[in-house]
Design a binder for this molecule. Sequence first.
Ligand code: SAM
Length: 260
Amino acid sequence: MNENTYTFDLLTLFPALFDGLRSESLLGKALQSGALDLQTHNWRQWTTDRHNTVDDLPFGGGPGMVLKPDPIVACLRELRPQRDPRTPVVLLSPAGRLFRQDLAEQWAQGPGLILLCGRYEGFDARVEQHVDQVVSIGDYVLNGGEVAAMAIIEAVARLLPGVIGNSASLTEESHSSGLLEHPHYTRPREFEGAAVPEVLLSGNHAEIDRWRRRQSLLRTKLRRPELLQGLTIDKKDRAWLDAEWAQLQTAAAGQGGDRD
Ligand code: SAM
């Protein structure tokens, strides 16, 4: 660890779930190099009763158990003064603001991140008064916040210097430009009758760039059309996209289905 180390603090009842992330792949290497630090805090240790109780029945009735506010807030109170005061404290919840690439980019500016991983029915609502943001990784419900935290760790960590080798690949990826990334191809040139697009073999980099930009537009229009709203698109690219789109619609109508 050094003064540039980016620290992820995970408040979790299941710290062992992060063991794989610690040891594998680029993240494992970044942890070893000191670019990253990943610390788990099992807030059960901050309970004060004989049974180390972290949850209780919901007031007003209903199914499931609710995570008590007292141990998690006690854990946070001990942790926060040990971290840079600018470190965001984020509560993970399917009822939170959606996590997107722009938030990953903002958080990657440092100095670290404190993530609260819920379980059961989630946290007592009063815990929200002790965090900076409530964040969801998508419109679905997981059993716990640990997998959500891992998704956020990967998205943020790969933007940090020293974590991913090729920084050019970061700027070309889906969502970094507001569009989905173009398709990729590698060897063999032909696979089960499907050939690599000729232009990629041409060596003409201007043509390749144009093809990629347009494929990126087309893919976005097909899969995530809402991302195109408000985006400025070059006139020629727009004309190409409209023509390609019309052609696809005609082909789909002929086959009685959609293409994806
Ligand atoms: N009762 C909660 C609701 O309906 O909003 C769901 C609780 S969920 C079963 C348990 C925990 O998993 C949550 O407290 C949260 O930490 C985590 N979790 C589940 N889905 C998530 C998502 N989409 N994004 C972030 N965290 C999530």
